[in-house]
Design a protein around this ligand. Structure first.
Ligand code: PLP
Length: 437
């Protein structure tokens, strides 16, 4: 490829400041290695680095401003002591001959797999051997995409968490993106207030894999039992696999009739993989721990099992989750005190989300989510999301996330997150009231 073409391609990439290389793109190269064309298809880097760039530029412009981030979905509450104590004890024991442990079983510690099967999936028939412990749901999305390979077709909710699409692009499952940001060969299932955040499945063409997230990031919508039954029936009719992401399941209230797991739906074991995480419940975004459930009944077209292939991917590409993180995970769900400590953290974020909903509603805004979810989804009719993001930042020094970053269907919305400490959320609500009133 001629050097000027290479530099054009490289210029398309927006790198966040901390990974921006010192050497200018297009400089004379010592290698003749061509860039993976799939990397070239990815748009504008990842959403959050782009937001970080804008935040840094804003902070430079207003050095005195106290910027409040209600943007990135990172947790802020400390991890409960009952969980860190268990991890600390285990960490110290690693320094003794009796307590030292090296590699563990690649799919995870038996005790944790069993605890997840029993506590997260009571009466759903999930066996411990069907649970694969991981370093988080994001990483499982990448490993599942590797499992499916380049040739599958995928469908995603629109808007949705960008990980499903971006990993599909990297795998080579897609064509190029068009002007609106839609990639060729992906089915975008519009989920908007007008359709109760659930697509009319009679209009959705068959795909091999359907990524579906509930409670949804970014809309905060929790799919109802009827909607999920439709999804499972649709997958069964079409011979598709549903990858059901329950990273926010802990936010679904005890009193809610909506399922926390796809395995509450009859017929799902033959068509669904579930991925989940300790990130947003226990604050393990940095500790890193999650899991995937691949049921024994899930088979490929030729009748062979999917689970052994996933096990192979886990063994080959991963080698298992950190033993320290797994001890923490067990402390979260292995005892009632641990589980209650986690519920307490979740209640903090849910109350934050409630305050945000109340603020936007009192200003007459159209607001969704924020009840069984940490995310609040606010509509600004006729406006572009990035423009609203910029205006809110400029006037209130509050970071939100432009809805269009989650897919073309997010245009006209911003996502506001309850992940921050109470004082900052209260302060952000006051600033938003002043600005939007
Ligand atoms: N899935 C969804 C829907 C998410 O919103 C996120 C993180 O924001 C993830 C997965 C990634 O979670 P983890 O920290 O477990 O990798």
């Amino acid at each position: 490829m001629p050097t000027n073409m290479i530099s054009k391609v490289l210029e398309k990439v927006v790198l966040p400041p901390d990974v921006a290389p010192r050497v200018k793109a297009g400089a004379a190269s010592r290698t003749s290695v061509l860039r993976n064309p799939n990397m070239q298809k990815l748009q504008k880097g990842y959403l959050f680095p782009e937001i970080n760039r804008k935040r840094e530029a804003h902070q430079k412009k207003y050095p005195e401003a106290k910027v409040i981030s209600l943007g990135i979905g990172d947790t802020t509450e400390p991890i409960p002591r009952i969980i860190t104590s268990a991890m600390a004890e285990y960490a110290l024991a690693l320094s003794t001959p009796e307590g030292y442990q090296g590699y563990g079983p690649e799919p995870g510690q038996k005790t944790l797999r069993k605890a997840i099967a029993e506590k997260v999936y009571p009466n759903m028939g999930i066996r411990d051997t069907e649970v694969f412990i991981s370093d988080g749901a994001q990483c499982d999305i990448a490993r599942l995409q590797m499992l499916f390979g380049r040739d599958v077709t995928i469908a995603v909710q629109d808007p949705t968490f960008p990980g499903y699409v971006d990993n599909g692009v990297i795998m080579g499952q897609t064509g190029d993106a068009d002007e609106s940001g839609r990639y060729g060969r992906i089915e975008y299932m519009r989920c908007a207030p007008e359709n109760a955040f659930f697509p009319d499945l009679s209009l959705v063409p068959r795909t091999d894999v359907i990524f579906f997230c509930s409670p949804n990031n970014p809309t905060g919508h929790v799919a109802s039992r009827e909607q999920l039954q439709q999804l499972v029936d649709f997958a069964r009719r079409n011979g598709s696999i549903v990858v059901f992401d329950t990273a926010y399941a802990a936010y679904v209230s005890e009193s809610s009739p909506s399922p926390r797991s796809i395995y509450e739906i009859p017929g799902s074991r033959e068509v669904a993989i579930e991925i989940s995480s300790f990130s947003k419940s226990a604050g393990f975004t940095g500790v890193r721990l999650g899991w995937a459930v691949v049921p024994d009944e899930l088979l490929y077209a030729d009748g062979s099992h999917v689970a052994p292939d996933f096990d192979r991917i886990v063994c080959t590409c991963f080698n298992g989750a950190s033993s320290l993180a797994q001890v923490g995970g067990l402390a979260c769900i292995g005892s009632e005190e641990g589980a209650e400590a986690v519920r307490k953290v979740v209640r903090v974020y849910k109350e934050n989300a409630r305050l945000l909903v109340e603020t936007f509603e009192s200003l007459g805004k159209e607001v969704y989510g924020g009840v069984d979810s940490p995310y609040v989804w606010v509509r600004f009719p006729g406006r572009r999301s990035w423009e609203v993001f910029g205006e809110i930042l400029e006037k209130t020094h509050v970071i939100t996330v432009p809805g269009s970053g989650f897919g073309p269907g997010g245009e006209g919305f911003v996502r506001v997150s309850g992940f921050n400490n109470r004082d900052r959320v209260v302060e952000a609500c006051a600033r938003l009231r002043n600005f939007l009133a």
